[in-house]
Design a protein around this ligand. Structure first.
Ligand code: ZN
Length: 454
């Protein structure tokens, strides 16, 4: 790896220059701004790096697919990433132009810097470094870069289903999200799923005078009663069948979660709270964050919420609930369980609208490719990585674990305070350069695992 690391070191300035051009190219998927141009630019960067690339149109924004196939007998890694970004607003809260990258305090500030352009770019430059130094790669590499991640990846699963042969691989790696708040690199082996619903109860055709509360049902009170059937006072979710499919944890997962460093006071100040739920301590923090499914009230609204008082009997009440799921809960089944539960509790008139549905995913802690990622991080970051059996967040990992049937390992290169989706998003330079080294070392260790260097 020494020659490759030297090559990377010698090209820091060139990487920044090219990355900055890529960052300047707006690709705001939610309002169709610049996404096609950015796909073309990414494809050009990949071609110039030695990767043959095809742009596939989808119903909205294209997939940039690339590959470097050296030999069918070698292991194949699939790199996933997304080149679309969140809108930059509110603009007045940025300290510099959101689409003009600048370096301050060892960080690149720009929309999309950490989420996800610089992170996916490391994997492209890793292949380029191998090709420049060795003339070939010791593994096959495929790249799937989508332009719709920030709008929920609506075309990702259809694309993968339609191109299963093209995407055939042994493992999926990607770099998104962030490493541990103490600065140590981390590996994420799973994500939670999601079932997001809005429940509405209606009564009168219009809001009424509140004196009518003697004879007409108040949907806000009914909503309070409805919600009280979803959880018991101890916080257990009481939707019948909710926990039925939760996969029992194995010893390795529990031990891995136990090894994640956590400092109670740091966590409390990070979230601006004085206590944790149910008096939990710091050693429960990651265990629950990773393994516990939730039924969270994300929004609750009815009646008069303006200044002053208004005596009114509201015509409707609504709640938005997000349920974060763990393997092997299925969002479709949870939605059915919720509907049945509401019918059984006298709320068959509740209107239920569902939004996001994501299946949870987890790659086994003892999968041999986890060691590959650990070795790569040790060499690339020069620090001991922390293995997270899962995270609290949601991502489309199940598309790869479930539909392609391959282990999926996330190796984040951004810092915990990257501010993705918020003003002043940044990518730490150290994470970026160490990321290129790690992505290059990943290639080496995957080949080594397959017996290439024996
Ligand atoms: Zn994002």
């Amino acid at each position: 790896m020494k020659k490759i690391f030297d090559y990377i070191e010698a090209h820091h300035d060139a990487y920044l220059e090219e990355l900055f051009t890529f960052l300047r190219c707006k690709s705001i998927s939610t309002r169709d701004e610049g996404v096609e141009e950015c796909a073309q630019m990414l494809s050009d960067i990949m071609e110039k790096s030695g990767i043959s690339t095809t742009i596939y149109p989808t119903s909205r924004h294209p997939v940039v697919y690339g590959e470097r196939i050296e030999n069918e007998d070698l292991p194949t890694m699939l790199i996933y990433g997304h080149y679309d970004v969140q809108p930059p607003e509110p603009l007045e809260e940025w300290n510099s132009d959101p689409f003009e990258p600048v370096i301050r305090d060892g960080r690149i500030f720009c929309r999309g810097a950490s989420d996800n352009k610089a992170q996916l770019y490391t994997h492209v430059k890793a292949a380029e470094a191998w090709l420049q130094v060795e003339g070939k790669l010791p593994v096959n590499v495929k790249y799937l870069f989508e332009g719709e991640e920030e709008i929920g990846s609506p075309d990702l699963l259809p694309f993968v289903e339609e191109h299963k042969d093209l995407l055939k691989c042994d493992v999926c790696f990607y770099s998104d999200s962030h490493y541990h708040e103490n600065g140590r690199p981390q590996i994420n082996l799973g994500v939670k799923g999601l079932c997001y619903v809005e429940i509405t109860l209606r009564e009168a055709e219009t809001d009424l005078h509140s004196m009518m509360a003697t004879c007409i049902q108040n949907p806000a009170w009914r909503m309070v009663q409805l919600l009280s059937t979803l959880k018991d006072p101890k916080g257990n979710i009481t939707i019948d069948g909710f926990y039925d499919d939760v996969r029992p944890l194995n010893k390795l997962e529990i031990e891995a979660a136990g090894r994640i460093p956590s400092d109670e006071e740091t966590l409390k100040s990070q979230y601006g709270v004085k206590r944790f739920l149910k008096g939990r301590r710091s050693d429960d923090f990651y265990y629950n964050l990773i393994f516990e499914p939730t039924c969270n009230i994300a929004g609750l609204y009815a009646g008069f919420t303006g200044d002053g008082s208004k005596t009114v009997l509201p015509k409707k009440a609504s709640v938005k609930i997000d349920m974060r799921l763990v393997p092997d809960q299925k969002p479709e089944k949870i939605l059915e369980a919720l509907k049945d539960h509401l019918c059984r509790h006298g709320f068959s008139d509740a209107e239920i609208r569902h939004y996001g549905m994501v299946t949870p995913s987890r790659t086994p802690v003892d999968h041999p490719y986890v060691k590959v990622a650990e070795e790569a991080l040790r060499e690339g970051f020069l620090q001991e990585p922390i293995v997270f059996p899962g995270i609290g967040g949601v991502a489309p990992d199940y598309v790869f674990t479930g539909h392609l049937g391959v282990p999926t390992i996330v190796i984040p290169y951004a810092a915990a305070d990257q501010k993705n989706h918020a003003p002043n998003e940044s990518m730490v330079l150290d994470g970026f350069f160490h990321g290129i080294r790690t992505s290059a070392a990943l290639v080496y260790h995957l080949a080594k695992e397959a017996g290439e260097y024996e």
